[in-house]
Write a protein that binds this ligand. Structure first.
Ligand SMILES: CC(C)(COP(=O)(O)OP(=O)(O)OC[C@H]1O[C@@H](n2cnc3c(N)ncnc32)[C@H](O)[C@@H]1OP(=O)(O)O)[C@@H](O)C(=O)NCCC(=O)NCCS
Length: 198
């Protein structure tokens, strides 16, 4: 569903040696490499890309989704790399309860350097402040130990998916639901108290 708090102009975010910016044609080559990594695509529930046309369609999809206020997907650019190594973003907004799903994918050669964790912290802060979300969730496969570790580091906990949340990854339903609320984030990271309560 569309979410009116998504801005008209794409928000570029910078913190901790990362720039999160709008996806662009310059990202297509690394994006294709990532999407043709069969094991990583399966973990994320993405179809495996077999030609560059698949990621060109992906770029158009994310541009259209942003314009329609259905999603925000950033390219992740670490200072030390200087080009995009992955993507992260919000989708599946539930405007009535101010919730959104978060998802991320990093190119395999950049795994284990804390990039997803740092990018996750940036988008959570943006989601709870600028987008005024009340909670953020992620659906993950039980064998995806890396993303589970990332979410634990960010303060997510496991729970039962509320109505309206799509639990499927690919065709699988044996997935786990993780979530974090605005209050949990503020309590876990007091320096980041982003409460808008008056
Ligand atoms: C999941 C993913 C985004 C993580 O990105 P990343 O930049 O490597 O993540 P980080 O470096 O911030 O954190 C990874 C953590 O997992 C830990 N880890 C690595 N392998 C692990 C394993 N086999 N079991 C448990 N933890 C593991 C790392 O040690 C690190 O934790 P630490 O900082 O406490 O040491 C990346 O692996 C990816 O793109 N995977 C494929 C797509 C995907 O699964 N996306 C999520 C869909 S829901």
């Amino acid at each position: 569903m569309s979410y009116v708090d998504i801005p008209d102009q794409f928000p570029t975010l910078r913190s901790g040696g990362l720039t999160l910016r709008e996806l662009a044609e310059e990202d297509l080559a690394t994006w294709f490499a990532r999407r043709s990594d069969v094991a990583a695509a399966a973990l994320a529930g993405d179809p495996v890309a077999t030609s560059i046309a698949d990621v060109i369609a992906g770029l158009q999809y994310h541009r259209d989704a942003f314009r329609a206020k259905l999603g925000v997907r950033w390219a992740i650019v670490p200072d030390e790399v200087g080009s995009s190594v992955g993507t992260i973003g919000f989708s599946e907004f539930l405007p009535g309860v101010r919730g959104a799903a978060v998802g991320a994918a990093i190119g395999r050669r950049h795994w284990g350097r804390g990039i997803a964790t740092r990018a996750g912290a940036i988008v959570l802060d943006y989601g709870f402040e600028a987008l005024r979300l009340e909670f953020v969730w992620a659906i993950v496969l039980p064998e995806n130990a890396r993303i589970i570790r990332v979410m634990e580091k960010l303060g997510f906990v496991r729970g039962n998916a509320p109505d309206g949340v799509n639990r499927e990854i690919g065709k699988r339903l044996d997935t786990l639901y993780y979530y974090i609320t605005r209050r949990m984030r503020a309590e876990s990271f007091p320096g980041r108290d982003v409460s808008h309560d008056s």
